[in-house]
Design a protein around this ligand. Sequence first.
Ligand code: IPD
Ligand code: CA
Ligand code: CA
Length: 277
Amino acid sequence: MTQYLPEVEAIAREAGALLMGYFAGHVTIEYKGDVDLVTEADRASEKLIVERLRVRWPEHGVVGEEGARSGPGADYRWYVDPLDGTTNFAHGYPVFCISIALARKDEQLEAGVLYDPTRDEMFSAERGQGATLNGRPIHVSKTKKLAESILGTGFPSHKRHKNPNIHFYHQITLRSHGVRRAGSAALDLANVACGRYDGFWEFNLNPWDTAAGALLVQEAGGRVTRFDGSPFRLDSREVLATNGVIHQELITNFEEIFAGRGLEPLPSPVEYAKSRS
Ligand code: IPD
Ligand code: CA
Ligand code: CA
């Protein structure tokens, strides 16, 4: 018996309907940073979710991306991303979701719900009970080698000039079937959980991006760590999630890339331009 899922799924579904209402019309975009966008839909969705959680579980704390904070010392805390994939949403690109997760004070993840309203896909997991997509059990892929894998990644919106991920993107693209950059880290993790991706990594994520997705991957039989294989924590920032089978191979590849060993240099646009003339 799941303790939280039916009620959290209902809240996520309600927030999803609200987001789709905004998605059909025009949304006003504001900037929280350089290219860190927020819209009225993010705020309305967070308000709805947090109100519902506080009524149902008044003893629990809440951390929402758009500023909701309560119960810092509570035994349980909800992590809420009311709209993951805001840039996609603001441009009318239908790849975004709602992510809600419950963690104990010691960071053990208890439950996670991730809802994609554009495809009406509800991903859910509760600790020790497996993961589901629209009520059906899901499992990570069985792909054995990085060379036969498809993966996802994302690029940070803060301090993006200082981030080295383009090198990882380049190298892993050359060493696999390809790397997708879909724009919703939470959905990327759900895609690992249900086997659409064999792996996913990203630098600089927040607990509201990763909490639900990390539990989904673990409950679907996959592995979630930091880039060096050390345990993933909610405040880890970096996340490496895979089907488990290719995990060590990816860690080894990351070590090589971080060490700058055997890298094919990025092709020069200047040389390319010369070759065209
Ligand atoms: C962002 C998305 C994106 C990831 C960014 C996140 P937001 O979340 O998950 O895929 O690359 O790092 O900040 O701002 O759309 O909730
Ligand atoms: Ca997010
Ligand atoms: Ca968000």
